[in-house]
Design a protein around this ligand. Structure first.
Ligand SMILES: Nc1ncnc2c1ncn2[C@@H]1O[C@H](COP(=O)(O)OP(=O)(O)O)[C@@H](O)[C@H]1O
Ligand SMILES: [Mg+2]
Length: 365
């Protein structure tokens, strides 16, 4: 019986992973090591073993124990699919105009101030705003040869490496309408033909909503985690639900690191104690609780945040200000959430989506 069981395991190519194989009466006690800590991989292994044994050795009762090879527990993206890039964070929002790009720019700056090497990929085909927010509208990516290969060098300002879909628009021709395939091609270039160098973080400013570009990104790069930005307003929150559902889809499965509430309240300078909840109160907080996601922070409506964005110098660059503190705290919370994610979950693999079929049925909450 033992030989037969061993033979089956050999057929499955699992003989190397057997930790213990014992026969007791009609019981086959198998202790096997899974080389992947991923839950779904373990489940797959379990199912394969159960099916094989019930079909080929129906006389035996399989007692299965699957343990994980702890040494192989990875804390970084598997194989570093973008050479040198450690963590890829996608910033998403259900709606446009909620401040997603402003948050992304300020997160980038805060991470940089904390000593991380940061890159920023502006993938918002509907309104690329990083060239403006970083005052590099007139610059263009440069050409660089790396190991004999011609690469695109990101534009740099305030220590952040930036590539934007906006750099691909000649002049200031905002009338360019990106069609899906064109946008995907430009994105592909910014991801694979770029020389990002060593990065701790690559932040991706996604277009608002859930659509082709999002799928294209998760297909092409292993996004470590996503952040969702919303105002506390009901209509914005309704779309957050869709965003969370998209990242949670089985076929996408990108962990959401948390929500950030923007434009939470307004405090007039002459009444510093007053808070006016213009778009509603605690909307994102309640939503975070509902989805059991961390609320990474709340950013009030502040005129100088808008002004700083418009002049191309993100507000978080103003050291020792209340605004910089707010962004810093949010960034710390994000890093904490990320560390937890990297400790508890296997690295994200680039999602291979071959059809759009699964996308109309996101997991229900
Ligand atoms: N906390 C804030 N306080 C004041 N203005 C803000 C704040 N967040 C964003 N804005 C402004 O709101 C507008 C929309 O923000 P933006 O980041 O472009 O949104 P999105 O990327 O979601 O479309 C911009 O003019 C921006 O400067
Ligand atoms: Mg934007």
């Amino acid at each position: 019986m033992k030989n037969k069981a061993y033979g089956l395991l050999e057929e499955l190519g699992l003989e190397k992973w057997i930790k213990n194989l014992q026969i007791m009466g009609d019981e086959v006690m198998l202790d096997i090591v899974s080389h992947s800590p991923a839950m779904h991989e373990r489940k797959k292994l379990e199912n394969a073993l159960k099916t094989t044994f019930s079909q080929r050795m129906p006389e035996a009762k399989l007692k299965l124990k699957i343990s994980i090879d702890a040494q192989e527990k990875p804390i970084e993206i598997k194989g570093k699919p973008i050479d040198g890039v450690k963590n890829i964070i996608a910033v998403a929002s259900g709606k446009g105009g909620v401040g997603k790009s402003t948050i992304t720019a300020n997160l980038a700056v805060s991470l940089q101030k904390m000593g991380f090497k940061v890159g920023l990929l502006d993938a918002d085909i509907y309104g690329p705003s990083m060239p403006t927010m970083f005052d590099v509208e007139d610059e263009k990516p440069y050409s660089i040869t790396v190991d004999g290969v011609n690469k695109m060098g990101p534009v740099e300002n305030y220590g952040i490496k930036i590539l934007s879909i906006g750099f691909f628009i000649s002049g200031n021709d905002q009338a360019v309408v990106w069609r899906g395939p064109m946008a995907s091609k430009a994105l592909k270039q910014m991801i694979w033909d770029a020389h990002w160098g060593e990065l701790d973080f690559l932040l991706i400013d996604l277009p608002p909503g859930t659509g082709d570009i999002h799928l294209s990104i998760v297909q092409q790069v292993p996004v470590t985690g996503a952040i969702i930005v919303s105002t506390p307003q009901t209509v914005a929150l309704a779309d957050v639900r869709k965003g969370v559902a998209m990242f949670n889809m089985d076929s996408i499965n990108v962990p959401v690191l948390g929500l950030i509430e923007n434009m939470s309240y307004f405090t007039p300078e002459e009444l510093p104690e007053n808070k006016y909840y213009i778009f509603g109160k605690d909307g994102a907080k309640n939503m975070a609780e509902k989805f059991k996601l961390p609320l990474l922070g709340e950013v009030p409506l502040i005129q100088s945040i808008r002004e700083a964005s418009d002049v191309g110098r993100p507000a978080a660059l103003q050291d020792n200000t209340a605004i910089a503190d707010i962004y810093e705290k949010i960034t710390q919370n994000m890093v904490e959430s990320l560390v937890e994610r990297n400790e508890n979950l296997p690295p994200t693999e680039a999602v291979r989506i071959t059809t759009m079929a699964g996308c109309s049925s996101p997991r229900k909450f």
